[in-house]
Design a protein around this ligand. Structure first.
Ligand code: GLY
Length: 447
């Protein structure tokens, strides 16, 4: 389909900040965008030729809607439609799609599958792990275990299912209670869970475009999953993220990046060898530890918020890359500006515990633009002409700059143009927070 970009019709599935970033990046090449989303994202709505407000996992309805509009290409944002097989259905209907089919999406939707793949193919970055589906077996294992561990439901939990020893539970009794909860309530979709050795360090996200064989990396970013400042509070979908002008993070070395890429390349090769090539965006969630890099998990899509770190500084044509991806013909690299980015989410008060929906937020869009910041809408409603919060993340502000302090200042200037009963983790990407991360890794690595 190469060469058809300017007059193309592109379906974008999803209504979060990530999808608004996807739509903005596509808009630079001028296609007609058709958006499908469960919530009325004002940014996507304005940029689209037409939108369908609908459940993004209702695959037959979405495919019929896209077919009727003559869509040429689909870009899938969130994991839920991937897990439901949207790419399989769109491609059967003749619509090439940027996203993995259901089998390849198992890299995200089935954590045991990923660990088994790593073990079978000798992929670096693996941790000790074991799966359980019987509480008695887990109890027996608990009696023997003498190291700290993590409990993970196997399937999708919106980033909120992983519980870490020392952070979310502190005794074997509490571990057993959570294991029982997973089994009883099928958290993550199945009455089975994974236990992994806890690895200590700093997390980072490496996202790469993948055409089934070739991997094109984007700048590394770091998300902040905890709801409150100082990395405290419950896990969330992600409160904000940053990236550095050298596309590494201040606490990482080039060999950390190479190690993460080696894990991802070996995974993509293994998927191709088993006849289930991965096509789409592969997101590696890694930990930089005392003795190298470990894979924590894969996502089969752009990260949210991390998409907002990489897409605004992409210098190549995003639509052209999407077309080459679905054609199985990605170039060896993509160009990104040597700029830092800082993204902070504005979330409803109480987010992560008891989020307050329906609170009005004033968004001074002209002021944000004047501050040089970028606005990405996520989950908001419009009532009587005003924007109000839902129970999810409302909108994100991104600052881009020559250095992290400059990008952070631009982001904060943008945030001053957003008013209302909402919460922001202002500590993200501050000099103090970055220094703490650098010292953490230095201490681990004995430097
Ligand atoms: N930033 C974490 C995620 O996208 O799942």
């Amino acid at each position: 389909m190469a060469g058809r970009e300017p007059e193309m019709k592109v379906l974008v599935v999803g209504g979060g900040g990530r999808e608004h970033a996807i739509v903005k990046a596509l808009a630079r090449s001028g296609p007609d965008v058709y958006g499908v989303m469960g919530n009325p994202n004002p940014g996507i709505r304005r940029a689209s030729k037409e939108v369908l407000l609908h459940d993004v996992t209702d695959i037959p309805t979405i495919v019929a809607w896209a077919k009727a509009r003559g869509v040429d290409l689909a870009v899938i944002g969130p994991e839920a439609p991937l897990a439901a097989g949207i790419v399989d259905a769109l491609e059967t209907a003749g619509i090439p799609s940027m996203g993995p089919d259901r089998e390849a999406a198992r890299l995200e939707t089935d954590k045991e599958f990923t660990r088994d793949l790593m073990r079978e193919h000798g992929i670096p970055g693996l941790v000790e792990y074991r799966a359980f589906d019987r509480l008695e077996d887990f109890r027996e294992w608990l009696r023997e275990v003498d190291y700290e561990f993590v409990i993970k439901p196997l399937g999708l939990t919106g980033g909120k299912g992983v519980r870490v020893w020392g952070d979310h539970f502190r005794t074997k009794g509490e571990a057993e209670a959570y294991a029982k909860e997973i089994l009883d309530h099928r958290i993550g979709g199945r009455p089975r869970f994974l236990v992994e050795e806890k690895v200590v360090g700093e997390e980072f996200s490496l996202q790469a475009l993948c055409d089934g064989a070739r991997l094109v990396p984007t700048p590394i970013a770091q998300d902040h999953k905890r709801a409150h400042e100082g990395d405290e509070g419950p896990n969330t979908g992600g409160m904000g993220s940053y990236s550095d002008p050298d596309h590494l993070l201040p606490f990482l070395t080039p060999s950390d990046r190479e190690a993460a890429l080696a894990t991802m390349r070996a995974t993509v090769d293994a998927m191709a060898r088993r006849g289930t090539p991965f096509k789409g965006v592969l997101y590696g969630g890694f930990m930089a530890t005392r003795d190298g890099v470990r894979l924590l998990e894969y996502n089969a899509r752009f990260g949210d918020p991390e998409a907002m770190n990489v897409l605004p500084i992409l210098e190549d044509d995003f639509l052209g890359l999407c077309v080459r991806l679905v054609d199985g013909n990605l170039p060896p690299t993509a160009r990104f500006a040597r700029k830092a980015t800082v993204c902070k989410y504005v979330v409803p008060s109480g987010y992560g515990v008891r989020p307050k929906a329906g609170a009005p937020i004033e968004v001074d869009e002209a002021g944000i633009a004047k501050a040089g910041a970028e606005l990405f809408y996520a989950s908001v409603e419009e009532k009587d002409g005003r924007i109000v919060t839902t129970t999810s993340r409302a909108l994100a502000i991104v600052g881009v700059g020559a250095s992290l302090p400059k990008a952070e200042a631009v982001c904060e200037a943008g945030l001053r143009c957003v008013k209302g009963d909402a919460y922001v983790r202002h500590d993200i990407a501050t000099a103090k927070a970055i220094q703490r991360k650098i010292e953490h890794v230095q201490k681990l690595r004995g430097k």
